[in-house]
Design a protein around this ligand. Sequence first.
Ligand SMILES: [Zn+2]
Length: 263
Amino acid sequence: MLCAKRKLTGETVTAYFASKAHGPFVCSDCGDEVILKTGRRMVNHFAHVNPLACRYVENESDGHRRCKMEIFLALQKELNVRNVVLERPLGTNRADVSAEINGVPVAIEVQISSLSPETIAYRTMEYARKGIFVLWLLQWTPKLDAKRYTPRLWEKWVHAAYFGRVYYWTEGLSVVSYHFDPHLKSVPQKTWYSRDGKKMTGGGFTRRSKLHRTAIRGRTFNLATDFGPRNRDWWEGKDITIPAAKLYVDRQRNSVPAEFYEA
Ligand SMILES: [Zn+2]
């Protein structure tokens, strides 16, 4: 986690700006002692002394922390953005970064470890109940630009929820949108002879891969200027259920035809 409280004053501090002299620190959620971890090769953060007791102990990677921190710092510089908060508790959720962007309450969730689609759906529902528009982001990986890409189930969930798009964070406020197209596998044509000497042929067609998709790179968007709020109706597909949701979606989304909505 990137925030904690000073034990003496109860004041919330961000690891990025804190120094060990401000300690001792406690977890904002469970109140247990946490230690400030700093180093040149990592993003400053807090870690529980006894990690077993707290529900917020996740195996957060350094990449995840860097992404949260960069978005947090970059949003603070924008004139149309207010109340930028890191790790804000909202019911059972704790938004990685929350803010009011052009007056719209927004929660930005950086999804790097794998959550189940049920958990994402539940958290999305919770945000909607609180009137908050949510944007699930993923960290960009070069794998996306390979010939074929293997999205995880929750990535497919995000794709279906956001009208056929997944947003991948690259740096600062920049996110790249991707659309998943079916990946076609070609089955080569083959000729062989059966036992009774009959000439047989097969193959020579393409079929959709169940596992792979072709990830098509779309536009790069700015989190502070290119997104807007959108209400989404409940939707159920083959393996995916999207609850009625409040989503933060790029403003170009209307150009996506309806048949692309499905994962
Ligand atoms: Zn804790």
